[in-house]
Design a protein around this ligand. Structure first.
Ligand SMILES: Cc1cc2nc3c(=O)[nH]c(=O)nc-3n(C[C@H](O)[C@H](O)[C@H](O)COP(=O)(O)OP(=O)(O)OC[C@H]3O[C@@H](n4cnc5c(N)ncnc54)[C@H](O)[C@@H]3O)c2cc1C
Length: 365
């Protein structure tokens, strides 16, 4: 008889349920349908040679999700609803990049907008409702050479049949105290996300590559003027992107200069940036309502180097869908996506990874 055990140890027989049966809530397939196959079990005991039970040294998981941003939380919702009892390791930035921002106005379903931290917290609570477990800590080491995969949080070892890597890609910041204080209040690393808030105002972009050109061109749709600040005279950007930006009347250029400070942390908004010439050290204030950093992202994949296929910048290389080069390891969100980098695309990727993990485990039953 097919059955599952709930949190209290009580067994429910699958065959006694029909699609739509409320008793199946939280124990259903990814689309909410009652499952007609046994759930994948977390082993609680093994038999030794004398036939008596012995507890395993390491509790094996069906799914571990690395990361608690939009991708990780969505993967947790789907795998929890598929009865896989996922464990989410939150990382040092619990909730991911959205916790750095204030208003999010482009995530579907929130016509009035929603604060970034609240959005990810809602996702987490949704996953917990279906049985996902969250724990603090950062995965410091991974051995993906054979299944079950082994992970370490410091000295503690974990094992899992499948792994969803949703570790994100951290934006590079200048590292100034005033800049950090104003993230989400006029300092941003995402023009697509925050450009709209600066309609009719002057903004500043830092960077000299293609991303800086792309972000600047995008911002000209809203801003009265976009000033590109670059620390060198020459640009890394491709000729075509640079030409496009140079032909846009709204873009001004300040080269051989660095940003030294952002005003005004006390007012919790950006009023100006202090610039410094790299040629003669001269400093001056430049009035602006926002500062956009376009100096790159760092995918959080260092622990997978030499195991997962990574591109030259460290992003996971997709092997189709959410698959990596290692069967059973799936990618989700910004850790693989260097193009879109949005909350909704990360959430969608989390869903894809969860469905792939579930199908793999199902096929192996
Ligand atoms: C300032 C700002 C404003 C933004 N505004 C918007 C917006 O308005 N709309 C929008 O759609 N997008 C916005 N974005 C982009 C959006 O936040 C990202 O696209 C999205 O968060 C990506 O989700 P993710 O889950 O892939 O990664 P992340 O959100 O980066 O989450 C990564 C997670 O992995 C964890 N992690 C990393 N390494 C490890 C490890 N070794 N072990 C365990 N855990 C680990 C981290 O702690 C974190 O929880 C904004 C981004 C920023 C920076």
């Amino acid at each position: 008889m097919l059955s599952w055990r709930d949190g209290t140890g009580h067994r429910t027989q699958v065959s006694s349920l029909v699609p739509g049966d409320k008793r199946a809530i939280g124990r259903t397939g990814p689309c909410g349908r009652v499952r007609c196959r046994p759930a994948v079990r977390t082993p609680v005991a093994r038999m030794n040679s004398s036939g008596s039970a012995q507890l395993p040294a390491v509790k094996m998981r069906n799914v571990i999700v690395i990361g608690s941003g939009c991708a990780g939380n969505t993967a947790a919702i789907y795998t929890a609803r598929a009865n896989l009892e996922p464990l989410v390791i939150e990382g040092l930035e619990a909730g991911g990049q959205l916790t750095l921002t204030t208003d999010v106005e482009n995530f579907p379903g929130f016509p009035e907008g929603i604060m970034g931290p609240e959005l990810v917290d809602r996702m987490k609570r949704q996953a917990q409702r279906f049985g996902a477990t969250y724990r603090h800590g950062e995965v410091t080491r991974a051995d993906l050479s054979s299944r079950p995969f082994k992970l370490w949080i410091g000295e503690e070892q974990l094992e899992t049949r499948t792994l969803i890597v949703a570790a994100g890609a951290s934006a590079r910041w200048l590292g100034l105290e005033s800049e950090q204080a104003l993230i989400g209040h006029g300092v941003s690393s995402c023009a697509t996300c925050d450009g709209f808030f600066f309609r009719g105002q002057p903004v500043t972009v830092v960077g000299g590559g293609d991303s800086a050109m792309e972000e600047s061109l995008f911002l000209t749709k809203f801003a009265t003027e976009v000033t590109v600040v670059h620390r060198r005279e020459g640009f890394r950007a491709s000729k075509i992107m640079l030409d496009r930006a140079r032909h846009n009347d709204k873009i001004r250029w300040v080269t051989s200069a660095t940003v030294e400070a952002v005003e005004d942390p006390a007012a919790k908004s950006v009023t100006s940036v202090k610039l410094r010439s790299t040629l003669d050290g001269k400093e001056w204030d430049h009035r602006t309502s926002a500062l956009f950093l376009a100096i790159g992202h760092i995918p959080n994949t260092a622990i997978f180097r030499g195991q997962l296929d990574l591109d030259e910048q460290g992003y996971i290389v997709s092997h189709g869908g959410a698959r990596t080069n290692i069967p059973g390891v799936f990618h989700a969100g910004d850790v693989q996506d260097r193009v879109y980098r949005q909350a909704i695309t990360a959430a969608g990727a989390g869903c894809m990874a969860a469905i792939e993990a579930e199908r793999l485990l199902e096929a192996e039953e």
